[in-house]
Design a protein around this ligand. Structure first.
Ligand code: T3D
Length: 260
């Protein structure tokens, strides 16, 4: 299948999906979300693909929702967008019975951070950063961040990342257990491919079932948290603070939140 917003490259058992909107740090549009889900489905349907690498083209991994699609707040029907586009993508990644590795080459922000966290393993370049950017524009974590984050790093660190919306460098992310490995920038893709190649040579059906069991073992259901996130995002997009956050982003100035 031909994609317009990403590259899909199957090679020796590993499908590499490269987000390909580098000018906006691979910010997610509606088209991109749908293509990404299709790419994961394609990887799932191809028996020759036994591991997947997700990475970003250019200097960013993914800057989350493309804010240029969000001209005015409240965005109409954002809960539906989260339910119909973001949530199926996260579920497709997590339910894929094959290992998915994020090769985080730069900033992973907002839903871009969620995308990385939805992968099974995360390898990051030394210069990569992780940012729960939602609060900076008056929104709440979505796309599974509020499910994966406390599970990976514990409540206190999750709350700090989600409340403060500050960039966490790759080394800090490794220390807190958010990610698996940090490698020098120039070695990221080869390290991720080597790991994926290793995984692709393992018993794929057993790895797929292991992934299923590990996901089943998580305390709350992902579906329940995803639904709560969609409801919360619907609420957050109605706020004055989100409107202010979007405006400040466009005007390249710090936002002045009113608490409304
Ligand atoms: O509405 C809904 O659907 C609800 C769902 C929401 C899910 C979410 O993901 S909400 C969170 C959305 N993302 C953000 O709020 C992040 C916004 N971006 C940033 O905070 C910063 O750009 C970064 C920290 C990610 C990177 O900073 P920096 O200094 O490395 O790069 P930059 O100069 O800010 O960005 C480079 C370009 O990418 C720039 O364009 P320009 O000025 O060169 O033409 C910038 O506008 C663009 N860009 C960055 N992020 C986005 C973006 N364009 C559109 N959407 C973005 N999210």
């Amino acid at each position: 299948m031909d994609f317009t917003t990403l590259l899909y490259t199957p090679d020796k058992g590993v499908a590499t999906i490269t987000l390909n909107r580098p000018d906006v740090l691979n910010a997610l549009t509606s088209v991109m979300r749908n293509e990404l889900r299709q790419a994961f489905e394609q990887a799932g349907a191809d028996d020759d693909v036994r591991a997947v690498v997700l990475t970003g083209g250019g200097r960013g991994f993914c800057a989350g929702q493309d804010l240029r699609e969000r001209t005015d707040a409240p965005t109409p029907g954002v809960g539906a967008t989260v339910r119909q586009e973001y949530n199926p993508l996260i579920l497709a990644m997590r339910q894929l019975p094959k290992p998915v590795i994020a090769a985080v080459n730069g900033v992973a922000a907002g839903a871009g951070c969620s995308l990385a966290l939805a992968c099974d393993l995360i390898v990051a370049a030394e210069s990569a950063t992780f940012l729960e950017a939602f609060v900076n524009i008056g929104l709440v974590p979505d796309s599974g961040s509020s499910f994966f984050l406390p599970y990976l790093v514990g409540y206190a660190r999750a709350a700090e990342m989600a409340f403060l919306g500050e960039r966490v460098p790759a080394t800090g992310a490794l220390e807190m257990g958010l990610i698996n490995r940090v490698v020098p920038d120039g070695e990221l893709q080869s390290a991720a491919q080597a790991l994926a190649g290793r995984l692709a040579a393992l018993p794929t059906k057993a790895i797929g079932q292991t992934k299923r069991q590990l996901n089943l073992a998580l305390a709350a259901t992902l579906e329940a948290v995803l639904e709560e996130e969609a409801r919360g995002q619907e609420m957050a997009t109605q706020t004055a603070d989100h409107r202010e956050g979007l405006q400040a982003f466009r005007e390249k100035r710090p936002p002045k939140f009113s608490g409304r």
